[in-house]
Design a protein around this ligand. Structure first.
Ligand code: DON
Length: 586
C-alpha cells in the first residue's frame, strides 16, 4: 500500500512547482512510512508487492528467490505444475523453516479446461508406529516426543508428490525444474532478516538434536545478507534431478535417512520409504452464493471445515454488517466453534476411518448446528459437543499459488509441521525432517501443539496419514477460474482461508487487501477468540466481551498467498505482508 501511495504521488508531482513538490513528497514519505510501521509491516516487505496486474502468469510464494524461479519457468514455456515443482524445490533451499523435501503437502489443481484434481502427498506414520507410542507407562503423553525426536517424523511425501504431479501434468523436463534449486543450494543465496532470526532462534535446538557441525548453525549468529550455501542439499537435489523418485526413496539418500533414524532412535525404515506413494483424490466441491469452491478432501480437515463454515454463514447479511464488525465476528466465531468441535471427532485419514463427509456437509445438518446460538451471549464451548450424525458409527508450513498463461491453476500447501520441523537433519543429505506425527491425536482429548484435540478418527496407526488443516483451494465463478488461495498457520489455516474468501466475496476487497486484512480465530477449544493486533475496533471488542467472548491478542496469523482473476482476465496477487511473501507476474 505504501509503495503504491508513493508512486501515485510521484506521478502527480511531475507537473508541479519544485519546492512545493519536494515538501509534499517528504510529507507523503513520512505518512506512508508511518502507515507501514503502524501495521507492523516494516520488515522484509518486498518492493515489488504492488497492486500490479498481469495477463500471462503469476507466482505467489514465501520467498523472492523461489517466486523468481517459478516465474522463470513460466516464461520458459512451463505450465503451472512445472512452476510448482520448481518452486517446491526452491523453497526447500530458500525457506528451510517450511519448504521441504523432508515433509509433505497437499495440492489442488484446476486445468484451463476446468478439470480438477487433488494430490495428497501427506506424510504417513511409519509401519511400526502405534497408537500409544507417545505415552509413558502411566498413560500420559511424554512432552515433546511427537515434536522434537526422531520418532516425530512421518514418512516424507513431497518428492513423490512432485514426481507424480509432473508425471501427470508437467510439460518441461524434470531435470530443468530441479536445477534452479540445486543452483541456489550450491551457489548460496543471501538470507533475509526474518530467516536470520529464525535460524538464530532455533540454534540451541539444532545443536541439541544434531551433534556435530551443520550448516544452519553459525557460532557468531546469522545476520541479514549472509550467504547460505547448502552443499549436502545440492548433492541430494542432484540425485533427485537425475533419478527422480529413486533419488530420494532409494539409494544413497534413503541409506542416509535410515542411518539417521538408527542413530537417533527413530523408527522409519527402508521399506517405509519404498512403500510411500502419494494419492490422487477426488476434489471436495461446494457452493457459496454461486461461487464453486474446489478444495482438499480428507486427510485434510481443511476442505470439509471450509465448506461447513461457508454454508454456516451463507444465509446472513455479512456484507451489510461489514468486515470485522461485532455481528460478523460473532457469527463467524459461533460457526468456527461448532465446526472445530466436529473436526475433533469425525476427521481423519479416509483410508483408515470412514469420515462422514456427506453428513457433515449436509445443509440441513449445518443449519441445525447453527440453530442454537444466541445473539445475546457467547455459547460456551463446554456446552458444544461434536454434532450427532444420524447413521454414523461411532487436526511450519508454506503455501504457494500459481497460474500460467493458459489459465491452469495450482494451489499447494506443504509442511514440515513446526518451524524447521523436528529440527533434525538427515546428516550428509542436508535436509530437515518433519514432525508431522504431532498432527495425530497422541491421546484422546490431549491437545497437540496447535491446541487441537482429537480421538479415534485421528489416532495413530501404522501407515496412516495424520489429519491436516491445510486448505489449498481454488474457486470458480461462472465456470471460470476466480481465485487460488491457501496459507500456513496450523489450526488457523482453515479460518484464514475462510476469512480471505469472505473478504473478497462479501466485503469487496481486492486480493492484496483481502490478504492484508487482520484476522481472528476460534477453534472450539480453547474457548477463546484469538485476534491479530487491531483486527477489531474497540467498540466491537467491548460488545463481544460484554456478551461473554474471551478476546485474546495473538501475533500475526498465517501467510496467505493468493491470486484473483479480476475483470478482463487479469491476475491480481495477494502476497502476505506477515512474511517475506512475494508475488511476481508477467
Ligand atoms: O497439516 C497441518 O495441519 C499442520 N501440520 C500445519 C502446520 C502449520 O501450518 C504450521 N505453520 N505455520
Amino acid at each position: 500500500m505504501g509503495f503504491t501511495f508513493i508512486s501515485t504521488s510521484k506521478r502527480r508531482l511531475a507537473s508541479g512547482n519544485t519546492f512545493q513538490n519536494l515538501l509534499t513528497a517528504l510529507l507523503l514519505l513520512i505518512i506512508s512510512a508511518s502507515v507501514f510501521v503502524q501495521q507492523g509491516y516494516g520488515q522484509g516487505q518486498p518492493a515489488h508487492n504492488t497492486g500490479a496486474k498481469y495477463r500471462r502468469g503469476m507466482v505467489v510464494c514465501a520467498t523472492p528467490n523461489a517466486a523468481q524461479v517459478g516465474l522463470d519457468i513460466l516464461k520458459e514455456g512451463g505450465n503451472a505444475i512445472d512452476a510448482a515443482v520448481a518452486v517446491q524445490f526452491a523453497l526447500e533451499v530458500t525457506h528451510p523453516e517450511a519448504g521441504n523435501i523432508g515433509g509433505g503437502g497437499l495440492m489442488v489443481y484446476r486445468s484451463a479446461g476446468g478439470e480438477t484434481s487433488t494430490l495428497d502427498f501427506r506424510e504417513k506414520a511409519p509401519a511400526s508406529a502405534s497408537q500409544n507410542m507417545y505415552l509413558d507407562s502411566a498413560g500420559n503423553v511424554i512432552p515433546d516426543m511427537s515434536l522434537y525426536t526422531h520418532q516425530a517424523s512421518g514418512v516424507p511425501g513431497s518428492v513423490d508428490g512432485m514426481v507424480e504431479a509432473h508425471r501427470k501434468f508437467g510439460r518441461l523436463k524434470w531435470a530443468d525444474l530441479v536445477q534452479p534449486a540445486i543452483d541456489l543450494a550450491h551457489n548460496g543465496f543471501t538470507i533475509s532478516r526474518r530467516l536470520a532470526s529464525a535460524l538464530n532462534y532455533d540454534s540451541k535446538q539444532f545443536k541439541k538434536l544434531n551433534p556435530g557441525k551443520n550448516y544452519l548453525l553459525k557460532e557468531e549468529g546469522w545476520r541479514e545478507g549472509d550467504l547460505l550455501v547448502q552443499e549436502d542439499l545440492a548433492k541430494t537435489l542432484t540425485l533427485i534431478r537425475d533419478k527422480g523418485r529413486d533419488g530420494f526413496y532409494a539409494g544413497i539418500v534413503a541409506d542416509q535417512l535410515v542411518a539417521e533414524m538408527k542413530n537417533g532412535n527413530g523408527i522409519m525404515t527402508k521399506s517405509d520409504l519404498e512403500n510411500y506413494h502419494s494419492v490422487w483424490r477426488k476434489p471436495l466441491t461446494g457452493d457459496y452464493k454461486g461461487y464453486k469452491i474446489i478444495t482438499m478432501p480428507p486427510p485434510s480437515s481443511g476442505g470439509v471445515a471450509l465448506l461447513q463454515l461457508l454454508k454456516s454463514v451463507e444465509a446472513y447479511p455479512l456484507h451489510r454488517w461489514g468486515h470485522n464488525q461485532d455481528s460478523t465476528v460473532q457469527l463467524i466465531v459461533e460457526a468456527e466453534r461448532r465446526v472445530y468441535a466436529d473436526r475433533s471427532k469425525y476427521l481423519g485419514d479416509p483410508d483408515f476411518y470412514k469420515v462422514p463427509v456427506d453428513s457433515l456437509l449436509n445443509p440441513a445438518y449445518i443449519k441445525l448446528r447453527m440453530n442454537n446460538f444466541n445473539w445475546n451471549a457467547a455459547t460456551p464451548s463446554s456446552s458444544i459437543q461434536p454434532g450427532n450424525l444420524a447413521g454414523h458409527e461411532s487436526d511450519q508450513t508454506t503455501h504457494y499459488s500459481i497460474v500460467d498463461s493458459e489459465g491452469n491453476a495450482v494451489a499447494i500447501t506443504t509442511t514440515l509441521n513446526d518451524s524447521f520441523g523436528s529440527k533434525t537433519f538427515v546428516k550428509g543429505a542436508g535436509f530437515l525432517l518433519n514432525n508431522e506425527m504431532d498432527d495425530f491425536s497422541s491421546k484422546p482429548g490431549v491437545p497437540n501443539m496447535f491446541g487441537l484435540v482429537g480421538g479415534k478418527a485421528n489416532s495413530i496407526q501404522p501407515n496412516k496419514r495424520m489429519l491436516s488443516s491445510m486448505t489449498p483451494t481454488i474457486i470458480e465463478k461462472d465456470g471460470k477460474l476466480f481465485m487460488v488461495v491457501g496459507t500456513p498457520g496450523g489450526s488457523t489455516i482453515i479460518t484464514s482461508v475462510f476469512q480471505t474468501i469472505l473478504n473478497v466475496i462479501e466485503f469487496d476487497q481486492n486480493m492484496q487487501q483481502a490478504v492484508d486484512s487482520k484476522r481472528f480465530h476460534h477453534q472450539w477449544l480453547p474457548d477463546v477468540v484469538d485476534v491479530e493486533k487491531n483486527a477489531l475496533t474497540s467498540d466491537a471488542t467491548a460488545i463481544l466481551q460484554q456478551k461473554g467472548y474471551k478476546i485474546v491478542d495473538r501475533g500475526p496469523s498465517g501467510r496467505v498467498d493468493a491470486i484473483l482473476v479480476s475483470p478482463g482476465g487479469y491476475y491480481e496477487g495477494g502476497a502476505d505482508p506477515r512474511g517475506n511473501d512475494t508475488k511476481l507476474g508477467y
